[in-house]
Design a protein around this ligand. Structure first.
Ligand code: GUN
Length: 293
């Protein structure tokens, strides 16, 4: 049976480490890391994320600032909050929760965030620095995947990693991290996407498969080779009348089929998902302590 890569336990471990480091930073310098979140509108999934971010901040001793604005707020009003937070020394990092209401240009808002406080790692300057191997805030899901590789001693050097999906938030940054000539990376990377005639041509070659496409249970046993390491980034809701909520969560990988062939695999839920908040806190700590400068 494969090693189950436990993101929930790893996330708890990272948050415990951060709690200790935060107490030490405060004792040594008086600095308390401050993370702010701007939520525009009342998207139910976003509200859940934001509440769990606030809880996680409180648990490790960060200051947490949450600003909720109505869905009909103007782009100008949103940009004014971003500008104020860029200039607020008590806020070391902040994020604008996505998606934003349709009338607000997301790119414009992402561009307005100071790269010095861009703990989401979404700003083009952050992604550009990542590509050329300079210190930067790495977006939280890719950072979480790299942390899982490190903590589970999965050696990337010379491995063929196939990344399924080319989003700015996951596919592009993780692919660019993994081919860097660094001790924790140095892999050979293929990015596969909807333009491929037959994705299985690529996934069957993967020593390590990272699936981030948002298609429930897409990857089946016949799409992977024996011994593959599987990182499943998908968090998909599928209808299920047997569940009290009427749905269940599943990844992009058909776990029941693929796990028996894998040497290591992340479950959904409890794999990559819980790592995201841990890395958001970690990025905020780096900003507060000046680790990135
Ligand atoms: N919406 C869902 N996930 C995220 C995230 O990681 N950052 C932001 N800003 N919005 C999100």
């Amino acid at each position: 049976m494969p090693t189950i890569i436990d993101g929930k336990a790893t996330s708890a471990q990272i948050r415990a480490e951060l709690k200790e480091k935060t107490a030490k930073l405060k004792a040594d310098t008086g600095i308390i890391p401050g993370l702010a979140v701007l939520l525009v509108g009342a998207d139910p999934a976003s509200q859940i994320y934001v509440n769990s971010k606030e809880k996680a901040c409180k648990e490790i001793g960060f200051n947490s600032i949450i600003k909720r604005m109505p869905a009909d707020s103007s782009e100008k009003d949103v940009l004014a909050v971003v500008e104020a937070w860029n200039n607020d020394p008590a806020i070391h990092g902040f994020i604008v929760q996505l998606p934003l209401p349709k009338h607000i240009d997301e790119d414009k808002v992402i561009n307005a965030v100071s790269p010095d406080k861009d703990v989401d790692g979404f700003h083009p300057a952050s992604l550009g620095r990542l590509v050329i191997g300079l210190p930067c805030f790495v977006s939280c899901t890719p950072a979480g995947i790299m942390e899982l590789f490190k903590r589970y001693n999965i050696d990337m050097k010379g491995k063929h990693v196939v990344v399924l999906g080319r989003s700015n938030i996951v596919g592009k940054p993780i692919a660019n991290l993994l081919y860097q000539k660094t001790p924790e990376a140095n892999a050979v990377v293929t990015i596969c996407h909807t333009g491929a005639k037959d994705f299985s041509v690529y996934t069957k070659q993967a020593d390590i498969l990272i699936a981030a496409v948002g298609v429930p249970d897409l990857i089946k046993a016949e799409h992977v080779k024996d011994g593959v390491v599987v990182i499943d980034v998908g968090i998909n809701r599928v209808d299920d009348d047997t569940k009290p909520r009427g749905y269940r969560l599943t990844g992009d990988v058909d776990y029941a089929q693929v796990a028996p062939k894998a040497s290591a695999i992340t479950p959904v839920p409890g794999g990559v998902g819980p790592m995201t908040i841990a890395m958001l806190l970690s990025n905020t700590f780096k900003s507060a302590s000046g680790e990135l400068k």
